[in-house]
Design a protein around this ligand. Structure first.
Ligand code: ADP
Ligand code: TRP
Length: 352
């Protein structure tokens, strides 16, 4: 059976982007593959080095994974830091990873700029400017080496279980490309055919991007535009009613401007086809009333979130159950990781 691995960082509650971009695939895949789903608590240190309460953040995601329907009887659910073998593989992969290739990844550049307190891309020499800032000796801000090697740790997460499919959203494509590269490089360096190359996976073969409703491209925690699975009805309504719209089309069948297209994309994701078609037709006839559309959308989002929200509250109250799931998951994940690591040590030439 093929192995599947994916993880989410415990930096806040799960939102609709996480659900439709990643978790929904987890649910389908757990029936067909050998699945391991984890909580990437080490990764959260790359941007949140002093977590206020990392245990609580981890428990939040664990409860939400379970509430969404990830079944510990079918899939292995574990916490990244429970599997120390991953850190050892990360060390080996880092020996063959170039700082140049790591520095050129888009998410590094974006997050490094934040850590250096410099603004968004200023022009074509923005990488030069960033490097100058990084090398400045008296700079009071520094970029974490952990952030630089984020993709190596992610590669280790995946290949330690020899996973071949990784359900992630579109924003992870570059990290996945790096994971494949590091797997290939290990094989080439040691002249073995050991690690398979992992591929991103989404049902329908099209990586999904859940939009924000504030006119921006992506729904995300750090974008501040997220609708959380745990949000109550009132909060959902408030967030949806605030969505950016315009005065409406004046020419039939016009192209939708981005904020409007986003609203429709969201409706396509959570509402029925009939509902979507109804409002789409209204738009094309220039009869659309965005207020009505948003009301309907808020209702549909709430209908989707309500049962999950209830389960989150139930499960989160059952600490014993959650601890049991985490313990059993750690055990299984460690076994799988230890097996690979023994072989890796053998291949490189270390004693076991
Ligand atoms: P965030 O961007 O909110 O910090 P994460 O980076 O922790 O979320 O993402 C966890 C998973 O959810 C990843 O697989 C990511 O691709 C997916 N994901 C996050 N936001 C979206 C989105 N708006 N659309 C599709 N997938 C998403
Ligand atoms: N980078 C992923 C994110 O931001 C989280 C992650 C860490 C991950 N390790 C992984 C995803 C391994 C899939 C597989 O969402």
């Amino acid at each position: 059976m093929e192995t599947v691995v994916s993880g989410i960082r415990p930096t806040g509650n799960l939102h609709l982007g996480n659900y439709f971009g990643a978790v929904k695939s987890f649910l389908q895949m757990q029936n067909e593959y050998n699945c391991l789903f984890f909580i990437a608590d080490w990764h959260s240190l790359t941007t949140h080095p002093h977590p206020e309460n990392i245990r609580k953040s981890v428990r939040t995601i664990l409860a939400e994974y379970l509430a969404c329907g990830i079944d510990p009887e079918k899939a292995t659910i574990y916490i990244q830091s429970d599997v120390r073998e991953v850190a050892e593989l990360y060390l080996y992969l880092n020996m063959n990873a170039g700082i140049g290739e790591l520095m050129r990844t888009a998410s590094f550049k974006e997050k490094a700029r934040k850590q250096l307190h410099i603004g968004q891309e200023s022009g074509e020499n923005d990488t030069d400017e960033m490097q100058k800032e990084i090398f400045k000796e008296d700079n009071k801000h520094s970029v974490s080496a952990g952030l630089l090697t984020y993709p190596t740790l992610m590669a280790a997460d995946i290949i330690i279980h020899k996973a071949v499919k990784v359900p992630v959203g579109k924003d992870q494509e570059q990290n996945m490309e790096m994971a494949r590269r590091f797997a290939r490089r290990f094989n080439a360096t040691y002249g073995v055919d050991f690690f398979p190359e992992p591929a991103s996976f989404s049902f329908g073969n099209k990586a999904l991007k859940v939009p924000g409703l504030d006119g921006s491209g992506k729904m995300g925690k750090s974008e501040g535009n997220a609708i959380y699975l745990v949000d109550d009805e009132k909060t959902i309504r408030k967030k949806v009613m605030k969505a950016v719209t315009d005065s409406g089309p004046t020419v039939p069948n016009s192209t939708k401007p981005e904020p409007i297209a986003n609203l429709f994309t969201m409706m396509e994701i959570v509402s029925s086809k009939e509902t979507y078609d109804y409002f789409n037709e209204k738009y094309n006839n220039c009869e659309i009333r965005y207020g009505d559309m948003k009301k309907q959308l808020a209702e549909d989002i709430n209908a989707f979130c309500a049962p999950i929200r209830e389960r989150i509250l139930d499960i989160a109250a059952n600490e014993e159950y959650m601890a049991k799931v985490a313990r059993a998951g750690a055990e299984k994940a460690r076994q799988s990781a230890a097996k690979t690591l023994r072989e890796v040590r053998e291949i490189i030439g270390f004693r076991n």
